[in-house]
Design a protein around this ligand. Structure first.
Ligand SMILES: Cc1ncc(COP(=O)(O)O)c(C=O)c1O
Length: 387
């Protein structure tokens, strides 16, 4: 008989979380009330950033971040192939072109050497990107200082896709502080570090960008008369100043996010301790974990291993074997350029060899607060029987 299904990630909901949501359900405002503002304020304190705009998903946050940075048809955006498709799709929503930068196989993150090489080439061909989106895979920050330095040299903006990384640090800077970027984006999907069911946050220190993000998240509508273009407008009037969307986070979900945020430090320490146990217990198996550089505190959203054996059949066998034992291993990610949608734009196998190699022997093991020692042993036993 199979043991219960163990997903790779799972939300952790407390009675306080439930009570917070119920309080909002019983209040006057289910949306556009005071709780979203409170959540944004607490999040800005937590990540040391001036402005936070809450939205209904990480994907919406990426979309409006691109728009706020004026990404237009004909512009180019670069990201990594080893990410969720949303990091690339946001360029396509704006009609911009997408290209990718290969990874550093040790960390799985965008390689700054590859980035520099590609920028040099792109400059010669007048094909420089307007925006680069480094993705903090598994909760481990990219080398932001180097990317920032390159952004000054080559004139691109930076959106950090920190969907996996709330609670992490790059050197002494909290991820989200935008010390080395224009905008940082978080996802609050239930498999992430903290959740609001669906939800996202965009953070920035730039007041103009913050204003634009806010407008874009709510139809492009301004309600404060002081900000009106038409200074003679009546007091009940509102003004649409650009083409925005309804990407707002509701107060019901902000209440969950706010309550979860209070336990962020606990969630991170749990994840750190599980990751440490993984590295200890699994050290005798023919595999290795993605590296976390010394100057980075990862939020350990994912526990990604790479199998020593690079044979694709072997990878498939281990994957299927784990799934048949009810362990929800995952691949984060199939390289985005090999998705059928992106292949239509001419991307093909062989363009980003390190990313392609990575996807043929990587595997995410379960990690979430509450994963027990017994469950860890179960994962060990199941995996070692397949290797
Ligand atoms: C790296 C990355 N970027 C963007 C997203 C999109 O976030 P959401 O699901 O909140 O729209 C995700 C979510 O899976 C992600 O993992």
């Amino acid at each position: 008989m199979n043991l219960p299904f163990l997903p790779y990630g799972r939300q952790n909901i407390s009675q306080d979380d439930i009570d917070s949501v119920i309080r909002v359900l019983k209040s006057d405002y289910l949306t556009q009330g005071p709780i979203t503002g409170e959540f944004e304020k607490e999040a800005s304190l937590k990540v040391s950033c001036k402005y936070v705009v809450s939205v209904n998903s990480g994907t919406s946050a990426l979309h409006i971040a691109c728009l706020a940075l004026d990404l237009n048809p004909g512009d180019i955006l670069w990201t990594t192939p080893i990410t969720f498709v949303a990091s690339a799709n946001c360029a396509r929503y704006c009609g911009a072109e997408i290209d990718f930068v290969d990874i550093d196989p040790k960390t799985g993150l965008m390689s700054t050497d590859e980035l520099e090489k590609k920028l040099k080439e792109a400059e010669k061909q007048d094909q420089l990107p307007k925006i680069v989106i480094p993705v903090h895979l598994a909760g481990t920050s990219c080398d932001m200082q180097t990317i920032y330095k390159l952004s000054k040299e080559y004139g691109f903006s930076i959106i950090e896709d920190a969907s996996h990384a709330i609670g992490g640090f790059y050197k002494e800077y909290p991820v989200g502080s935008c010390k080395f970027s224009n905008i940082t984006v978080f996802s609050l999907h239930p498999v992430k570090i903290i959740t609001s069911a669906e939800g996202g946050l965009a953070t920035t220190n730039d007041s103009l960008l913050a204003k634009k993000l806010r407008l874009l998240s709510s139809h492009g509508i301004v309600k404060n008369k002081n900000d009106f273009i038409n200074k003679k407008a009546n007091s009940w009037f509102y003004e649409q100043q650009l083409l925005g969307f309804n990407y707002r986070m509701t107060d019901v979900l902000a209440a969950l996010g706010l309550s979860q945020l209070k336990r962020l430090d606990y969630f991170i320490s749990e994840r750190q301790s599980i990751f440490k146990s993984y590295k200890n217990i699994f050290s005798d198996l023919p595999l290795y974990f993605l590296e976390v550089p010394d100057n980075i505190k990862s939020s350990h959203h994912l526990a990604i291993i790479r199998l020593n054996n690079k044979n694709q059949e072997y990878h498939r066998k281990v994957f299927d074997g784990m799934r048949s034992k009810n362990i929800g291993v995952q691949l984060h990610y199939t390289p985005v350029h090999l998705q059928p949608y992106y292949k239509e734009y001419g991307f093909r196998n062989g363009l980003f060899p390190k990313a392609e190699q990575y996807s043929s022997n990587a595997m995410s093991l379960p990690i979430f607060p509450g994963l027990s020692d017994n469950e860890l042993k179960r994962i060990y036993n199941d995996l070692s029987s397949l290797l």
